[in-house]
Design a protein around this ligand. Structure first.
Ligand SMILES: Cc1ncc(COP(=O)(O)O)c(C=O)c1O
Length: 436
């Protein structure tokens, strides 16, 4: 498949075109750019809701969806999911405050992360939290002490790093700072049971991100169920909670096959339905906590073209947006081999390519490249170049201070009138240290 194939499929699946223009949530990107300026993140609530629906159709009806806030912490994005009945998975006290600001009830929030701070734990314990997922001996002691000081009972789960390395599981068997090694399950369970203010309610497994194979998803869920049953046996009572993690992937690159949700549904039905009816799990709250799958396809980063130039035979399209707002698209967020995200021209979204360009941002570094060989229709200064699949791990996962450009605006569409959900930043002078 050419990248044209992937971009066309994504545009048709999630968005629309009108007279050739890319249309997001019923509004053309040209109108959005005219109204709100560029660069711009646009999130389409219709796509978020569609992704949530697709996920719910693929998983057992009993399993609740908790959106992982780290994928996109914009409060209005969180409101869309909370409004659809999801809980939220958080990884910091600030994400907790965002979750609450978005209207999420405390008991619908779970808190995971390998180095939770004393101030963070104190805050969520004081204000109320559904579950804290414990990941180290220090955290057990800290949570116990803080719960005692607050005179509260706190529901906790053990995050477990599974032993199984083989088979379809993407992760497992590795050394990691996340959670407790499975080998320590019994020992750690007893450590928690000794704490009078902690209620050990369940187990959590997060097996890695960007799973595109249905078999990997099913294997992760199976491993979670096995570990959950083992914990219930150790406790001598049923679990109240079991968290299957997130990690469902979306296609970014030409060769990425879309996650086959029908195969996920079949696999989970065949291999999990009986297991979750086991008395050890029958009364447990089952949850899944994806981020990328739910919000990734809903986001588009819209940039304006500032210059089109050639250098020794190569065409460069220089835009007003880049790695400082979208590190992942530049390939600098963990990619080993840099590949191009799906890019489309705002006015001629599905037009056949007339040129192959290197698309860069405005920063003085070759790292600020968001497309290395992008097939584009004829592209001129003032045109829009849009990066698809940008709703997850976009702005909040980027080095926004690098070169001191203003923050881009974030716009929500597909939820009534398009509206600003984060205002564009301004040029900033330093608060201290100005000469004279
Ligand atoms: C504990 C935990 N849960 C959920 C997620 C969300 O993962 P994804 O966006 O791949 O679904 C992450 C991502 O790092 C995570 O660490």
């Amino acid at each position: 498949m050419t990248s044209g194939g992937l971009t066309q499929r994504l545009v048709e699946q999630h968005f629309a075109t009108r007279d050739g223009e890319l249309v997001l949530g019923g509004v053309s990107v040209r109108e959005l750019a005219e109204r709100f300026g560029t660069p711009l993140y646009v999130y389409d609530a219709t796509v978020m809701r569609a992704q949530l629906r697709r996920l719910r159709e693929a998983i057992p009806a009993r399993v609740e969806v908790f959106f992982s806030v780290k994928a996109n912490p914009n409060i209005d994005v969180l409101r869309v999911f909370v409004g659809e009945g999801t809980g939220l998975e958080i990884a910091s006290a600030s994400e907790y405050l965002r979750a609450r600001a978005a209207g999420c009830a405390p008991d619908r929030i779970v808190f995971a992360g390998p180095g939770k701070g004393q101030d963070e734990l104190a805050r969520v314990i004081a204000d109320g939290i559904g579950e804290i997922h414990l990941e180290s001996d220090e955290e057990i002691a800290l949570a116990a002490a803080l719960a005692e000081t607050a005179n509260r009972r706190v529901r906790v789960a053990l995050r477990i790093n599974p032993r199984a390395a083989g088979g379809a599981m993407q992760m497992g068997g590795q050394s990691t700072p996340f959670g407790f090694d499975e080998e320590r399950l019994e020992e750690v369970a007893h450590l928690v049971l000794r704490q009078p203010h902690l209620d050990l309610v369940g187990l959590h497994l997060y097996g890695g991100t960007q799973m595109l194979r249905a078999e990997a998803v099913v294997a992760q869920w199976e491993a979670t169920v096995e570990l959950g049953r083992a914990l219930a046996r150790l406790l001598g009572r049923p679990l109240e909670s079991l968290d299957f993690g997130g990690g469902l992937g979306i296609p970014y690159f030409v060769k990425d096959a879309e996650l086959d949700l029908a195969a996920v549904r079949r696999g989970l039905a065949e291999r999990l339905d009986d297991a979750i009816a086991d008395p050890a799990l029958a009364g447990a709250r089952l949850l899944v906590e994806p981020g990328r799958f739910l919000v990734g396809p809903a986001g588009v980063y819209v940039t304006g073209v500032r210059s089109v130039k050639t250098s020794r035979g190569k065409t460069f399209v220089v835009t007003d947006g880049g790695m400082h707002h979208h590190l992942a698209a530049s390939g600098n967020l963990g990619q080993v081999i840099k590949k191009d995200y799906p890019l489309v021209h705002g006015a001629r979204a599905l037009a056949p390519p007339a040129m192959t360009a290197v698309v860069t941002g405005p920063l003085c570094t070759p790292l600020d490249t968001v497309g290395r060989a992008v097939p584009l229709p004829e592209t001129r200064v003032g045109d829009l170049v849009c990066i698809l699949q940008s709703g997850a791990y976009g702005l909040s996962a980027s080095p926004v201070g690098f070169l001191s450009h203003p923050m881009p605006a974030e716009i929500l569409v597909g939820d009534g009138e398009p509206r600003v959900v984060r205002a564009r930043g301004t040029f900033e002078a330093p608060i201290v240290g100005l000469p004279g």
